[in-house]
Design a binder for this molecule. Structure first.
Ligand SMILES: [Zn+2]
Length: 280
């Protein structure tokens, strides 16, 4: 599989990546990732470290996952969501015109993805104060903002400090002109890979066409109840430990659950037949 952005290895952009086999351990890490970590950015890092086997052949360490650009991290989370649950998701929204509740289907892998621009991941631009180097934001930047920014304006200032580095002078981000800010914004948009974050839907009640923003991370916090029930069923039937059950690839865990269900169905059918013959 390929990232829309990628990492620089030996001065070349490398885009390949692989996930590890999906296991219950990963599902549990995902569902419990919010328990102790302070920010969503840290949660995403933890989940991707657990889920990725490699990026460009390199072990997906915490440092590597933090160095991935924001667009790649979002792209990976969408792929992971689709792998864990390939069925289309049902989402709801309120129509902006008639306020009726609309239900619509959404498939994470169907989101359009803008690939990285030609200057990715960094380039030089000429601002009013001189030349500066600018790079796309990474997971490390997201984590830093989440723990240091106090408000939106402050977050923007911090982000600019992280992404800009002057080549021959000290760049004071407070002296940037409106034209400078627009140029920075334009250059970042052009360079950054970005999965779509909204879908276009038509209201079935009033036919109003509208863009609905999708929260690509809401699935992370979904309940672990199903997983707990599956562990319980397998432990009771096969007497396996929780650790062994969590280590099973998801597909095999589901297969064993099917076998249990089938054999229980068979026994229930047998019981019914015996009972109807007056044998019980
Ligand atoms: Zn409507």
């Amino acid at each position: 599989m390929e990232l829309p952005g990628g990492i620089i290895v030996d001065q070349k952009v490398c885009r390949s990546f692989n996930f590890k086999p999906l296991t219950g351990t990963l599902e549990r890490v995902i569902s419990e990732s919010g328990f102790e970590l302070k920010s969503l950015a840290e949660q995403v890092t933890l989940i991707l470290v657990q889920a990725l086997d490699n990026v460009a052949g390199l072990t997906a360490s915490k440092e590597l996952v933090r160095s991935l650009c924001s667009g790649d991290r979002l792209y990976l989370m969408l792929q992971l969501q689709a792998l864990l649950d390939p069925s289309p998701q049902w989402l709801t929204s309120h129509c902006r015109h008639c306020d009726e509740k609309i239900q619509f289907q959404f498939e994470p892998t169907s989101m359009p993805v803008k690939p990285a621009g030609k200057d990715y991941p960094d380039t030089s631009i000429l601002l009013s104060s001189g030349e500066v180097k600018i790079r796309v934001p990474s997971g490390a930047d997201e984590e830093s903002l989440a723990s240091n920014a106090q408000n939106e304006q402050n977050a923007m200032d911090l982000l600019l400090q992280l992404l800009l580095s002057a080549t021959s002078h000290t760049q004071n981000i407070h002296t940037l002109s409106q034209d400078d800010l627009e140029l920075i914004d334009h250059k970042l948009d052009e360079m950054s890979p970005q999965p779509g974050t909204s879908v276009s839907i038509e209201c079935p009640y009033c036919s109003f066409q509208q863009q609905v923003n999708i929260d690509h991370y809401s699935w992370i916090s979904q309940s672990t109840q199903d997983l707990d029930e599956e562990i319980h069923t397998l432990a009771v039937n096969y007497h396996w430990s929780e650790k062994d059950i969590l280590a099973l690839p998801k597909r095999r865990r589901k297969h064993y659950l099917e076998l249990i269900q089938r054999s229980q169905g068979k026994y229930q059918a047998d019981d019914f037949i015996h009972a109807s013959r007056g044998e019980v």
